[in-house]
Write a protein that binds this ligand. Structure first.
Ligand SMILES: *Cc1c(COP(=O)(O)O)cnc(C)c1O
Length: 387
């Protein structure tokens, strides 16, 4: 069983384990009973493997974990209560006081906050590098560098990182690489194939796809997952069985949704590029993107989130957003519905000095609606903003 749509439909599932139920049941229980003292003893002597407590493992959650590990070409996976928990647990598993981290500048804001303003209380320092610095990343590596934190494409600016190049450099120095693959999903990109060690996802976005849950996933080699799992267990980062079940349910249609998001988004992006009130579109799917060829060489396709800059500043952004009817003003992305969010509110102020997030920048998440209606909404908003 190797092809992606078949894996999504069947991998990790065995209806005979659940009285023949076609869709796996939700094991909404916290604990599991032992048949005897002897069984309990065998469990603690590690002679048998079984469920004991849902903070550690649960049959519904395990189906999701097995499926996502297979989809990302990893050995093993763990599901978390949130994407940020998946990311912070993966980082904490491999660092101690006095260590150094490298991370790409235009990271997702909460990841940036964790690295820049939280880990420093344990004397752990992070150096942020620009996408153009990848060419000479060796120069940023110190004796105490333990991890490189990546995201490709990055949040809001959608810059693309050369995954093979970075993993080659990291391997030379024995440094662990972690990538946030939320944007591309395993349908379009598998970073492990390029030598990246650990893949993390917010499953609150495309993987679940219906804007109805918060969750995270980590995929890696068994030896790394054993350490990351400890972080989850000790700090209670596990996902609930019902959320895991909703993610499984959403995941069933991932390929169908991603194809439509991609198609709609490319058409909307081309429309925006043709508008004289649009200054710039940041979307790796477009040939105008400076890293379009690199993106095509490591991704099989493009999801439906990108950003663009409109003519003017805050006044025009305000008018434009208030004139949209279909596009909802909201954070997050990757659901069935089209969303828009201004760059101004997405980043901590302190970041603005070292990276350019212009006031006229808008992030847009293209949903599954009819293309004609989406274009009509944007067209009307442009007309009313610049009349
Ligand atoms: C949303 C998001 C996260 C965080 O995920 P949560 O599920 O909200 O904790 C991490 N990375 C990226 C790129 C995201 O968009």
């Amino acid at each position: 069983m190797e092809k992606i749509r078949t894996i999504i439909s069947h991998y990790g599932e065995n209806p005979q384990n659940y009285l023949g139920a076609i869709t796996p049941p939700i094991f909404e229980n916290s604990n599991f009973a032992f048949n005897s003292y002897e069984e309990l003893e065998e469990f603690y002597l590690k002679k048998i493997n079984r469920y004991i407590y849902t903070r550690e493992s649960n049959p519904t959650i395990e189906i999701l974990e097995e499926k996502i590990a297979k989809l990302e070409n990893g050995e093993s996976a763990k599901a978390f209560a949130a994407g940020v928990n998946a990311i912070t647990s993966s980082i904490l598993a491999f660092i101690k006081s006095g260590d150094h981290i490298l991370a790409v500048k235009s990271l997702y804001n909460p990841t940036y906050e964790f690295l820049a303003n939280w880990l420093n209380k344990f004397n752990i320092e992070t150096t942020f590098f620009d996408v153009k610095d990848v060419e000479n990343l060796d120069n940023f590596i110190k004796d105490n560098t333990k991890i490189i934190v990546l995201e490709s494409p990055t949040s809001f600016l959608f810059e693309v990182l050369d995954l093979q190049k970075i993993s080659n450099i990291a391997k030379k120095y024995g440094i662990i690489t972690i990538i946030d693959n939320t944007w591309a999903t395993p349908y379009f990109q598998n970073p492990i194939d390029f030598g990246i060690d650990i893949v993390v996802h917010s499953s609150s976005k495309y993987i679940s796809g219906h804007s109805d849950i918060i969750g995270g996933l980590v995929i890696s080699k068994e030896k790394f997952i054993r350490k990351i799992e400890k972080e989850r267990e000790l700090r209670g980062g596990n996902i609930g069985p019902f959320e895991a079940w909703l993610i499984l349910r959403g995941l069933r249609t991932l390929p169908l949704r991603m194809e439509t998001h991609q198609k709609n988004a490319i058409d909307v992006a081309k429309y925006l590029e043709s508008q004289n009130k649009v200054v710039k579109v940041h979307y790796p799917a477009l040939p105008s993107h400076p890293q379009h060829n690199l993106a095509k060489s490591q991704m099989r396709g493009f999801s439906g989130v990108f950003s663009f800059e409109i003519e003017g500043g805050e006044k025009e952004v305000r008018k434009f957003l208030n004139n949209l009817r279909l596009f909802k003003i909201a954070v997050s992305w990757g659901g069935y519905e089209s969303l828009i969010f201004p760059g101004k509110f997405a980043f901590s102020k302190e970041r603005k000095d070292n990276i350019r997030f212009p006031d006229n920048l808008l992030r847009i998440s293209i949903g599954l609606e009819d293309l004609e209606d989406l274009i009509w909404d944007l067209e009307t908003a442009f007309r009313n903003t610049y009349k």
